[in-house]
Design a protein around this ligand. Structure first.
Ligand code: C2E
Ligand code: MG
Ligand code: MG
Length: 325
């Protein structure tokens, strides 16, 4: 089947290519009735897609266990959303020149009733795949904006609120409308909202991503590229993205004291951002040496355990009082 599909075919006047992902299971080893066979073939299909599509995969029993595990986690995630077991923590961002905390990043936290804390790296991709991210993402956006306004009402210095966007959420039509509505509902000025998007997200569908970015800029929100340097973005595209800030990925900071390459790359990213009229924030700053390096080399802002870990909303006021760094 896959060999046949290698060749283009004609659809009206267009030439089309398709690829296939195939899940295979065998009778009677993998099931003795149609229903079981189809279900297991579907599980194998899922695996084939995970492994990069355009692929085939045979069914195996451990897949069933994994599929079941995912399914359970997905159901639990749905429940968590309904029951309020999801929470946002906020991590401070320090302006190196003004020596002041000027913003926070909202980070999603899930405390599972039996499994304890589940890291976002585990459940965010699951939510993305199941489509749940659309509801969760909207919840995150609304909760974060509401919190930013609440701090202002409490009389704290106004903070920028950075919110992570997932691909599915970002590439779905109507995002700008949703953002506008949430800003209105929560009474937050658009300039205080900073949407973090990743390079790999943008590269999934460059043209519609650029269109969405322009719509968001028209509302007045800020745009940052998260984990910069780890994706596959082409610099040709970068200059077309209407962004405000680059966020240097923490992997470059980790070995900055010993790796000449990481050091050179970090310096180049700072220079490039400034040359393009963008600000730079470095994430994952864990010690004084990294901080001093970034300050000496003109980095605008930093975020990391050295300044403060992500904390629940009520701990932010205390963090603002003691001037860090
Ligand atoms: P990210 O957006 O790059 O977030 C930064 C991650 O680095 C956070 O992990 C943060 O806790 C961690 N971090 C901060 N400072 C340091 C440091 O000094 N050293 C080290 N080693 N790590 C530090 P976290 O909270 O586990 O989040 C992981 C990822 O999950 C995020 O990466 C983001 O991609 C995703 N994520 C988190 N919340 C959301 C959300 O609300 N929506 C979406 N779509 N994704 C989210
Ligand atoms: Mg982020
Ligand atoms: Mg990041």
């Amino acid at each position: 089947l896959m060999k046949i599909l290698q060749y283009p075919f004609q659809l009206e006047s267009r030439e089309c290519f398709v690829t296939a992902s195939i899940g295979i299971c065998l009778f009677p080893k993998d099931g003795e009735d149609v229903e079981t066979l189809l279900k297991n073939a579907d599980t194998a299909l899922h695996r084939a897609k995970e492994m990069g599509r355009d692929n085939f995969h045979f069914y195996a029993q451990d897949m069933h266990d994994r599929a079941l595990d995912r399914l359970m986690l997905e159901q639990d995630l749905r429940r968590a959303l309904e029951q309020g077991d999801l929470e946002l923590h906020y991590q401070p961002q320090l302006d190196l020149r003004r020596h002041r905390i000027i913003g926070v990043e909202a980070l999603l936290r899930w405390r599972h009733p039996e499994r304890g804390r589940i890291p976002p790296m585990l459940f965010v991709p699951l939510a993305e795949e199941s489509g749940l991210i659309e509801i969760i993402g909207e919840w995150v956006l609304r909760t974060a904006c509401r919190q930013a306004t609440a701090w202002q009402v409490e009389g704290l210095p106004a903070l920028r609120m950075a919110v992570n966007m997932s691909p599915r959420q970002f590439l779905r039509p109507g995002l700008a409308g949703t953002v506008e509505r949430i800003l209105r509902e929560t009474d937050l000025e658009p300039g205080y909202l900073d949407l973090e998007i990743t390079e790999s997200l943008l590269m999934k569908d460059v043209e519609s991503a650029i269109a969405t970015m322009h719509e968001l800029k028209a509302i007045g929100v800020r745009l940052s590229i998260d984990d910069f340097g780890t994706g596959y973005s082409s610099l040709n595209y970068l200059k077309r993205f209407p962004i405000d800030q680059l966020k240097i990925d923490k992997s470059f900071l980790r070995e900055i004291e010993t790796s000449r390459d990481d050091l050179a790359i970090t310096l180049a990213m700072i220079a490039m951002a400034h040359g393009m009229g963008l600000t730079v924030i470095a994430e994952g700053v864990e010690n004084e040496v990294q901080l001093a390096f970034l300050r000496a080399n003109d980095c605008d802002e930093i975020q990391g355990y050295h300044i403060g870990r992500p904390v629940p909303a009520h701990e932010i006021a205390a963090l603002l009082q003691k001037a860090p760094g």
